[in-house]
Design a protein around this ligand. Sequence first.
Ligand SMILES: Cc1ncc(COP(=O)(O)O)c(C=O)c1O
Length: 389
Amino acid sequence: MTKTSALRTARRLDEVGFSEIVRIMNQVMALRAAGQTVHAFHGGEPFFNTPERVKRAAAQAIDENHTQYPPASGLLPLRGALVEKLARKNKITATTDEVIATAGSTQGLFAAFQSVLDPGDDVLVFAPYWTPIGDVIRCAGSRPLLLPTVTARRNGLSKTLQQFSTPQTRAIYLNSPQNPSGIVFTQAEIEEIAEFAHKRDLVVIADEAYEDLVYEGGHHSIASLPGMAERTISCFTFSKTYSMTGWRAGYAVAKEPFITGLRRMVLYSTIGVATPVQYAMLEALKSPESELAARREEFRKRRDLLVAALNDAGLDCETPAGAFYAFPNAEKISRNSQAAAEMLFEKARIATVPGSVFGAQGEGHLRFSFSVQIDEIEECAKALKKFFS
Ligand SMILES: Cc1ncc(COP(=O)(O)O)c(C=O)c1O
């Protein structure tokens, strides 16, 4: 019998990785601290500040001593406002007992996978994909099954979902608008995925982090389709819409038995979202749609500038329909996206994320965020020209 030391992490974590993007962020920070110019296009944060009203709401909550433990699922007025928003914008019908505040959508997603998956289960994931999800799935002792989004859209979604399914498949992770590709699934595509989930009796975990950043077509929530609310856990965030990445503010909506699963996971991991943050969330939800639309136009302007600059430089780039990332083909620099990112960083000081970070389906591409200031895009365009000259 072999005796292993107790000084090791649980086996469950053996397959769980760490974010490559954090490594790139640290590299950029170190160079900037040394006084060097870096064109930072690797990030995933909105380019504007958290709205003043939202900041004031949190400050006021602190001043008024709303600093005790929160109701673990969220303040009732907050849950009421979320129910109203879900009905109005997402066509999702829910009660205040079916929504829960979470620390960003990351906590909602973590709790969702923990609530649904048993060890040995498989999850269908459209790739390239937001990689932390792979680790979140592995944390539940399960396996992500990566299927290529572009090919699936061309060849038929249900056919491809069927092809990649295993007898252990329990769920589909559906991220639309998609990070890193900016792909937005159409209403017809969402309906096809829903039909497949019904037929195969699968749960859908919907990641709608970029719901307010759709430039072409509309955003469609799968839980709004007939019979889908029962088998969907939808996760949302304040991070991207209201520039609240550091606040850790999000929410999820689900029916029983999953909402009880989510409540348990949130209760035992954080006892809910920090109370002043919940007041800030409530204030953010009062933002008029016109404010969100104005910001979306700012994003669109940046998207168009960056996509034009990339294509001008010979990095073929489709115009993304949503989110705030361009995902050009970078094979002109190198077929290996890691090498391409390194060359661009070394020679032009442009920081991007190699496509391979988002799964093998992202190889040959680089992810550029266009959530930056306009003059930064102009500087990047100049740096790209110089790089290729
Ligand atoms: C697709 C996607 N889902 C979820 C998140 C998590 O965001 P947060 O935890 O800040 O809500 C991100 C962040 O970049 C994302 O890109």
